[in-house]
Design a protein. Structure first.
Length: 162
C-alpha cells in the first residue's frame, strides 16, 4: 500500500508540473508581459516596451491581424511564449522564464512558430538577438545561420522553415 501511495504522489507531481503549449489569446497578454519583463537577457521594463510600441493592447491586437503567439503553461501560469509575424516571416519574440530555461520549452515554442510560418508560405524565417547572449547560441545550435548585423548591433539569424 505504501508503494501505491508513493506512486500516486509521483503521478500527481508529474501532472502538476506538466508544461502544455497552446495558441495564445488576448487573455494571455498579461502573462506574456510578466514573462517578458522577468527575463535576464534582453531585459526590458514595461515602460521600455511601451516606448517600442509594445503594450498589452498592441500585442492582443496583433493576434487578430498578422501575428500569432503561443504560450507554454504550467499550473495555469504562462512560463514562456513565442510570437511570429506572417507577412515578415519573422519570429519576433521567444522568451522563457529563467526558472524554466533548459527544459526544451523554447525549442518547442520555436518549432510551433516555424511550422506556422511555413504553413503560411514563408520559406525562410528570420529573427534578431544580442550577439553575446545565450539566445544566440540556442539559435546556432538549432541550425540558424547568421545573416548579418543590424544597426543596433544585434545579429540577424535566418533559417529555412521547411
Amino acid at each position: 500500500m505504501g508503494a501505491d501511495l508513493e506512486a500516486d504522489r509521483r503521478d500527481a507531481l508529474t501532472a502538476a508540473t506538466e508544461i502544455t503549449l497552446r495558441e495564445a489569446t488576448a487573455a494571455d497578454v498579461l502573462g506574456i508581459f510578466r514573462v517578458r519583463t522577468a527575463v535576464t537577457e534582453n531585459a526590458l521594463t514595461l515602460a521600455e516596451l511601451a516606448d517600442r510600441g509594445l503594450t498589452p493592447a498592441s500585442v492582443a491586437d496583433s493576434f487578430a491581424r498578422d501575428g500569432k503567439g503561443w504560450v507554454a503553461v504550467e499550473r495555469d501560469a504562462i512560463v514562456g511564449f513565442a510570437i511570429a509575424w506572417r507577412a515578415a516571416g519573422k519570429v519576433d519574440a521567444l522568451f522563457v522564464l529563467p526558472s524554466h530555461e533548459r527544459r526544451g520549452i523554447g525549442g518547442r515554442l520555436l518549432d510551433l512558430a516555424l511550422a506556422w510560418l511555413s504553413a503560411n508560405g514563408a520559406a525562410q524565417a528570420w529573427l534578431t538577438t544580442g550577439a553575446q547572449t545565450q539566445a544566440a547560441g540556442f539559435y546556432r545550435r538549432r541550425g540558424w545561420e547568421q545573416a548579418g548585423i543590424m544597426s543596433n548591433g544585434e545579429i540577424r539569424f535566418e533559417c529555412h522553415t521547411g
